[in-house]
Design a protein around this ligand. Structure first.
Ligand SMILES: Cc1cc2nc3c(=O)[nH]c(=O)nc-3n(C[C@H](O)[C@H](O)[C@H](O)COP(=O)(O)OP(=O)(O)OC[C@H]3O[C@@H](n4cnc5c(N)ncnc54)[C@H](O)[C@@H]3O)c2cc1C
Ligand SMILES: *[C@@H]1O[C@H](CO)[C@@H](O)[C@H](O)[C@H]1NC(C)=O
Length: 430
């Protein structure tokens, strides 16, 4: 299945996958590229890609992602394109010496690509990479390494800049267009149907609706390959003085607990989260079926969509206290549920839908796609024009049999938000 350069390409979703795909199609000479998004404001306030910051790391157990992240970092350094979006703070990877297989493989892969890494085998060595004014807890009986070739990206700004570039290159980006399903003829996708009843025709539809993909395209039954899971994040507002003292800390990424945390951003806000199983949010079908897990966000639920479970606020504060005890004495200034789109093996879903030359899926970021914003669209564009390496076609195929299972993404049991108590303002206090 191969699209031609003059074909009409319609991309549903202006997040990381969608906007990067538009950019790379235009860059290689596609002439009719449109991106539509349900949100009236772009980047969409509740998109996974719209955030204060995201970790940019090459430390992956799979060398494919290590190399692709290396390529992405090289691209992030183009300041004409990205301005100050990328901050090379370094990434402190905790758990590197066999304690956590993912981290130790990450170390090997980082070393193999020649990343600037510093082995930190002892507690004292780990503490030595932090600025003098920062009070530290923890780091007992763990090893770590610092990868200086990594850091974080001001996520919302990255998407906004790439969107502006797409428009400059002749792409169309339309906000406030809410897709409710596919238009199909003789088994082939020929466009999409919108909530207002309108149909938009296309030669190829690219479904890149993030954690709304499974619920938007319910007829594809993608629920277990593009599973929407809610993750809890919290922020703390530092004073200018605290901001100055913590400014030069690296990203902390603890692969044994999943806890990760950023240096202060330009507004002296620090963000933390746990890369974990997360919560489904099943909307029960009228026929009694369990339905499709669907994000609960500020757009669908107003400010309630920002609330995280009480249990997660407690967990975040405990993990924070083990790293920065002083900051754990401060109130959380904000929380947010942010929605991953998970595949069982943690690999993306990028490919033509089986026996449908009119439909390409580009999703299932599985909690780690943002860092690839500059380059991920070239993988999707290779898919669309039929030039993707066959090994990658299989790796990302919609209907692949998962050979490995990523237990962090497909656990034996996963909690549903329905069983949780959400935070009250009191739960944000220390
Ligand atoms: C808490 C959290 C932390 C993360 N941390 C990191 C990290 O540190 N590093 C990293 O690399 N990655 C990280 N990720 C993962 C990364 O954010 C995602 O993999 C990536 O942003 C997914 O992009 P996307 O384009 O699939 O989805 P999104 O960015 O959500 O975009 C989907 C778009 O589709 C639109 N849409 C949805 N439904 C419709 C519809 N029916 N019609 C029209 N438009 C529609 C939405 O409005 C949205 O704009 C994190 C994710 C979360 C939630
Ligand atoms: C998009 O349409 C769906 C299905 O009708 C609806 O539930 C949702 O609220 C709409 N979203 C927006 C942002 O308009």
């Amino acid at each position: 299945m191969v699209a031609q350069k003059q074909d009409k390409i319609l991309i549903v979703g202006a997040g990381c996958f969608g906007i990067s795909t538009a950019y790379h199609l235009l860059a290689r000479g596609f002439t009719d590229v449109t991106v539509i998004d349900r949100s009236d404001i772009l980047p969409a306030p509740d998109a996974a890609s719209t955030d204060l910051n995201k970790v940019v790391r090459t430390s992956y157990s799979d060398p494919y992602y290590t190399q692709l992240a290396r390529d992405a970092i090289a691209a992030w350094k183009d300041e004409e394109m990205w301005g100050d979006t990328y901050h090379e703070s370094g990434v402190l990877v905790v758990g590197s010496r066999d304690e956590t297989p993912y981290a130790s493989k990450g170390y090997e892969n980082d070393a193999a690509i020649g990343a600037r890494i510093i082995d930190l085998p002892t507690t004292d060595a780990i503490r030595s990479v932090f600025p003098a004014g920062v009070k530290l807890g923890g780091f007992n009986e763990v090893s770590a390494y610092l990868n200086k070739d990594g850091g974080w990206a001001f996520a919302a700004q990255g998407v906004a800049r790439m969107t502006a570039k797409v428009v400059e290159m002749g792409g169309r980006v339309e906000a406030g267009v809410n897709v409710t399903g596919l238009a199909r003829k003789d088994g082939k996708t020929v466009g999409v149907v919108c909530r207002d009843g309108k149909t938009i025709d296309a030669d190829v539809v690219v479904a890149a609706a993030g954690s709304w993909t499974a619920s938007t395209f319910a007829e594809l039954e993608l629920g277990d390959r593009c599973l929407s899971t809610g993750q809890s994040i919290a922020t703390i507002q530092l004073t200018p003085d605290e901001g100055a003292r913590y400014r030069e800390v690296p990203i902390i990424l603890d692969f044994s607990s999943g806890f990760y945390m950023f240096p202060p951003n330009q507004d002296n806000i620090v963000k933390m989260a746990i890369h974990e199983t997360g919560f489904t949010s099943y909307i029960v079908n009228t026929d009694g079926g369990k339905g499709i897990s669907t994000p609960r966000t500020v757009t669908s639920h107003g400010s309630d969509g920002l609330l995280i479970p009480q249990s997660r606020a407690k967990m975040l504060r405990t993990k924070l206290g083990a790293v920065y005890p002083e900051l754990a004495e401060k109130p959380f200034s904000g929380t947010r549920m942010c929605w991953y789109t998970d595949s069982p093996d943690g690999d993306w879903v990028i490919g033509y839908y089986p026996s449908d030359a009119g439909l390409v899926l580009a999703t299932s970021g599985s909690g780690h796609a943002y860092k690839f914003l500059p380059v991920i669209g070239s993988v999707v564009a290779d898919t669309i024009d039929g030039t993707l390496d066959p090994a990658l076609v299989s790796k990302f195929a919609v209907n692949r049999e998962s050979v490995k299972i990523d237990l962090s993404r497909a656990p034996a049991a996963r909690q549903d938000l329905a069983g949780e108590v959400f935070c009250t303002p009191g739960d944000l206090l220390p």
